[in-house]
Design a protein around this ligand. Structure first.
Ligand code: ZN
Length: 226
């Protein structure tokens, strides 16, 4: 949208004239080429409101994307934790040293890679969050996904009309999955490493952006003075 801006004194169209930021008050000022009147460039209120609406939409979409991608990572880590526990158990039952087993190395690599990426994603998307708030959130997300999937299975059994002792079934599930749950808890370690890297990256990018803006402003000021 093209802004409408005319000279307050002579009515000359100023909308195409560049408005450098005046250094003392920090306002964008246009000098009318017709009558030399200095006029402060103001944004039209409709344009300002549109900009605010756009900023709000962008932040909502970003938050939604953060949650969706974090949920995908959580699902991936649950699957990889169960898989890793399974291949460790298989190697142990063969009497092998499990950390030398090829399957364990492969799935363990995927498991730690997914945890690092999940952490980096959260660090980039939520850099203003405190790490001690993000990490428990991650544990809660993982474990509640596990509980929900277990509860869904029990609901199916109940819906089929089979009589079953839900408490002992839950206990059995826990005994079956506790190795995988321990691995899920342990994924906090590579995830924290990824989170730190992501946060550092976001912090660095922020500094670069601020510096670029500052350089841009200084260049404008110099252009005005020469
Ligand atoms: Zn004028």
């Amino acid at each position: 949208m093209r802004i409408a801006h005319t000279c307050a004194r002579c009515g000359f169209d100023l909308s195409r004239i560049h408005a450098p930021v005046e250094p003392i008050y920090g306002l964008p000022v246009v000098v009318c080429p017709n009558c030399r009147e200095a006029v402060v460039r103001r944004r039209h209120p409709v344009q300002a409101r549109w900009r605010q609406a756009r900023a709000a939409t962008v932040s909502i979409v970003l938050l939604g994307a953060t949650v969706v991608v974090a949920a995908i990572f959580a699902g991936l880590l649950i699957g990889l934790s169960v898989g890793l526990r399974t291949v460790i158990g298989r190697a142990e039952s063969r009497g092998d040293v499990f950390w030398l087993d090829e399957e364990v190395i492969l799935i363990g690599g995927l498991w730690s890679g997914a945890a690092v990426l999940a952490g980096a994603w959260l660090g980039v998307m939520l850099p203003h969050w405190r790490w001690w708030a993000v990490l428990p959130l991650w544990v809660v997300a993982l474990w509640s996904a596990m509980v929900v999937s277990g509860a869904a299975e029990m609901m199916r059994i109940v819906a089929r009309g089979e009589s079953v002792d839900l408490v002992s079934l839950a206990w059995l599930r826990w005994l079956e999955q506790r190795g995988a749950m321990a691995l899920m808890g342990a994924s906090i370690v590579p995830m924290t490493a990824g989170y730190m890297v992501g946060r550092l990256g976001a912090w660095h990018a922020g500094r670069v952006r601020v510096r670029r803006k500052w350089r841009h402003r200084t260049a404008m000021r110099q252009r005005r003075h020469t």
